[in-house]
Design a binder for this molecule. Structure first.
Ligand code: GUN
Length: 283
């Protein structure tokens, strides 16, 4: 049975097709959506993510700039780059790739990005608006997971959603978005005692532990929808998620693979957010 595998690549393709139409309409009105991606240092994983983001921009006819900075850059120098981008009318979205080197306070950098260009949805103003259900940029990974659930006809209202992970980027906003769609939400994390007790109750299980293949079938209720946010390398250096896919797919009613599940959606939503930001300049 393969039709219970949620094909993130295909769904991301549908989302980006719609973005492409919006980009064409914007261009007809004289606006080309522009994304600036700032990469500090030479973390190979970050480089791969950032390259994928700028390549996708090109494919959709959007403008993109990549700003590569030395690992040793000072916080002030980085803040100056952000300020320049805030004031650049060709740029509608600014993404500073995380993590940043230790001499830099990530919170200060995120807070320096104009909320009007915060296509990552990490600025405190964006997070606050998301919490109270006002329109804003939503963090791309949880936003992408909501789209995956929607396109896969997963009912959310009244369901018990269990999230493993409480990061500001994924876990926390994920719970809020599911709550807004009337799920009952439980957050689990590294200090949770007896994780099985919680995960076994999940109708929707979102796994963002950062630990390769940690969640196997023993954690999953028969028929649950399982969303795997992890990107890891296994013992054979093959990409794998935080879920042990081979065993989990036996019990899950729907499940995302790694690669090809959540990952493509994160980029698709970044494109959608950048397009929305450009549209906002016209209204
Ligand atoms: N590092 C890992 N994921 C992300 C993301 O979605 N945005 C940024 N800026 N950095 C990240």
């Amino acid at each position: 049975m393969t039709n219970h595998i949620i094909d993130g690549k295909q769904i991301a393709g549908k989302v980006t097709e719609k973005v492409k139409d919006r980009v064409e309409r914007l261009k007809a009105q004289g606006v080309t959506p522009g994304l600036a991606v700032v990469l500090v240092g030479n973390n190979p994983a970050s480089q791969t993510y950032v390259n994928n983001k700028t390549k996708t921009c090109e494919k959709l006819g959007m403008y993109s700039v990549m700003i590569e900075l030395e690992e040793t850059i000072s916080e002030n120098a980085l803040l100056k780059h952000v300020e320049t981008l805030n004031n650049d009318p060709k740029i509608h979205g600014i993404l500073v790739q995380l993590p940043l080197p230790k001499q830099i306070d990530e919170d200060r950098v995120i807070a320096a990005i104009s909320p009007l260009k915060d296509v990552d949805g990490f600025h405190p103003e964006s997070v606050g608006k998301m919490m109270i259900g006002q329109p804003t940029f939503l963090s791309c990974t949880p936003f992408g997971i909501m789209k995956l659930l929607e396109y896969s006809d997963v009912e959310i209202a009244g369901k018990h959603a269990v999230i493993i992970g409480r990061s500001n980027i994924v876990g926390k906003p994920m719970g809020q978005l599911l709550l807004q769609k009337d799920a009952t939400v439980t957050y689990c994390h590294s200090k949770t005692k007896d994780l099985h007790t919680f995960t076994k109750q999940a109708d929707i299980l979102v796994v963002a532990t950062g630990r390769a293949k940690m969640i196997d079938a023993s954690y999953i209720k028969e028929g649950a929808v399982v969303i795997d946010v992890g990107i890891n390398r296994d013992e054979n250096n093959k990409l794998c998620g935080d879920v042990d896919f081979a065993s989990a797919q036996e019990v899950a009613s729907k499940i995302t693979p790694v690669p090809g599940g959540v990952g493509p959606m994160t980029i698709a939503m970044l494109m959608e957010n950048t397009c929305l930001s450009a549209e906002n300049t016209l209204t």
